[in-house]
Design a protein around this ligand. Structure first.
Ligand SMILES: C[S@@+](CC[C@H](N)C(=O)[O-])C[C@H]1O[C@@H](n2cnc3c(N)ncnc32)[C@H](O)[C@@H]1O
Length: 343
C-alpha cells in the first residue's frame, strides 16, 4: 500500500527537491526521512530523490555535485539494524545508477519521536515523511464514551470528533514548530498522510476500514472472545485530517508556507487490477491482503491493550469482513500530500 502511494507521490517530491537544489546549489544537502520504518520502503524514496538530483546535475553539467547527509528517523523500537544492513546494497546501487563521482552519501539513524526535537538548529534542507503523521502523539483525552469503536465513527458522540481534531491540531502544530527550528530558511518538507476528502466527519469516506475493524471486534465481544470493557476502553491514536484542517494549522502555526496540496484515492487492495470494475473478483484474497496491511500497523498497539491470544482470530475475521465489503463496493483510502517551505 505505502509503496503504491510513494510511487504516485514521487514526481511531486522529486520536483520539490530539484527546485530546492537549483535555487542555491548548496555544497551539501541534508535530508531527513521521518517515520522511515524498516524494510524495502525505508530507502526507496531517498534513493529516488538522489537520482533526481543526479539527473539534474548531469543535465546542467555541474562538475561538483553535492554531498548528501541522510538521516533516517523512527521511534526507538524500530528495527534500525535491518535498515542499516541494507545500506551496502543501497550504496552499491547508488553508485551503479549515478556513477562513482556522484555524492558521497552519509546515512545515519535518528531514534526518537518526531513530536520531539530530533536535529540541531538549522541543519536540514529537506524533510520527507510518509504514512507517519496520521499517528498522534497520544490517544485524545476525554473520549471514554466512544464505546464499541476504536476510532471516531458515525455512531461516536460529537465530543469524540472534537477531541480527535484538537489532538491532531496540537500534534501537527508542535511538529511544524519543531521542524522549523531544525530546518534552514527556504528548506522544504513533503508530507504524505492518510486524510479525508470531506470536512464533515460523519460521512462515508470518513474511515470505513476502521469502522469495519470496530465491527469485527464487536462481533468477537458478542461471542465472548474479547471483553467488552477492553473494547470500550480501546481507541487508536490516529487521525485522518481534511485538506482544510491541514491548511488552517499550517497557516496559524506560521513557520511554513504551504506550497501545494494534493489528494489521491487509493484502493484498499493495491494488488488488484480494477480496470473496468467497481469491486474485486476474489474477495477472500483481497480481504486477506488488506487485513495483512492493517495488521502490520495495528498489531503492536492492539496486543499491548488486549494481549495476543485473540490476534490470529481477529485478523482472520477482519479479512472476511473486509472481503464482504470489497465484493460489493470499491472503497478508497484518501491520501493527502503537501509541500511546505520554511519561511
Ligand atoms: C506505516 S509506517 C510508514 C513507513 C514509510 N515511511 C513508508 O511510507 O512506507 C509509519 C512509521 O511511522 C513511525 N512513527 C509513528 N509515530 C512516530 C513518531 N511519533 N515519531 C517517529 N516515527 C513515528 C512508525 O513507527 C512507523 O514505522
Amino acid at each position: 500500500m505505502q509503496r503504491s502511494v510513494l510511487s504516485k507521490v514521487k514526481p511531486f517530491i522529486e520536483e520539490t527537491i530539484v527546485q530546492l537544489y537549483c535555487t542555491t546549489f548548496p555544497q551539501r544537502l541534508t535530508i531527513a526521512d521521518l517515520g522511515c520504518s524498516t524494510g524495502t520502503n525505508s530507502l526507496f524514496i531517498i534513493s529516488e530523490l538522489l537520482k533526481a538530483i543526479s539527473e539534474v546535475c548531469q543535465k546542467l553539467g555541474r562538475r561538483s555535485p553535492p554531498e548528501f547527509q541522510l538521516f533516517l528517523n523512527d521511534l526507538p523500537e524500530n528495527d534500525f539494524n535491518t535498515v542499516f544492513k541494507s545500506t551496502p546494497n543501497f550504496y552499491e546501487k547508488f553508485r551503479s545508477d549515478n556513477g562513482q563521482e556522484f555524492g558521497p552519501i552519509f546515512v545515519g539513524g535518528v531514534p526518537g519521536s518526531f513530536y520531539n526535537r530530533l536535529f540541531p538548529t538549522e541543519t536540514l534542507n529537506f524533510v520527507h515523511s510518509s504514512f507517519g503523521l496520521h499517528w498522534l502523539s497520544q490517544i485524545p483525552q476525554g473520549i471514554e464514551n466512544n464505546k464499541g469503536n476504536v476510532y471516531m465513527a458515525r455512531t461516536s458522540p460529537s465530543n469524540v470528533y472534537q477531541a480527535y481534531a484538537e489532538q491532531f491540531n496540537r500534534d501537527f502544530s508542535v511538529f511544524s514548530s519543531l521542524r522549523s527550528k531544525e530546518m534552514m530558511i527556504g528548506g522544504c518538507m513533503v508530507i504524505s498522510i492518510i486524510g479525508r476528502r470531506c470536512s464533515d466527519p460523519p460521512s462515508k469516506d470518513y474511515c470505513c476500514h476502521l469502522e469495519v475493524f470496530s465491527k469485527t471486534l464487536r462481533d468477537m465481544v458478542s461471542e465472548g472472545l474479547i471483553e467488552e470493557v477492553k473494547l470500550d476502553s480501546f481507541n487508536l491514536p490516529y487521525y485522518a485530517p481534511s485538506i482544510e484542517e491541514v491548511q488552517t494549522i499550517i497557516e496559524s502555526e506560521g513557520s511554513f508556507d504551504l506550497d501545494w496540496i494534493k489528494t489521491f484515492d487509493n484502493d484498499w487492495d493495491t494488488s488488484e487490477d480494477y480496470v473496468n470494475r467497481e469491486f474485486v473478483h476474489d474477495k477472500i484474497k483481497s480481504g486477506k491482503f488488506f487485513a495483512k496491511t492493517m495488521r502490520a500497523v495495528i498489531e503492536p498497539i492492539f496486543v499491548s491493550h488486549f494481549g495476543d491470544s485473540a490476534i490470529e482470530d481477529l485478523f482472520c475475521r477482519y479479512a472476511k469482513d473486509v472481503g464482504e465489503i470489497l465484493a460489493k463496493e470499491r472503497p478508497m483510502i484518501t491520501i493527502l500530500v503537501f509541500g511546505m517551505t520554511k519561511n
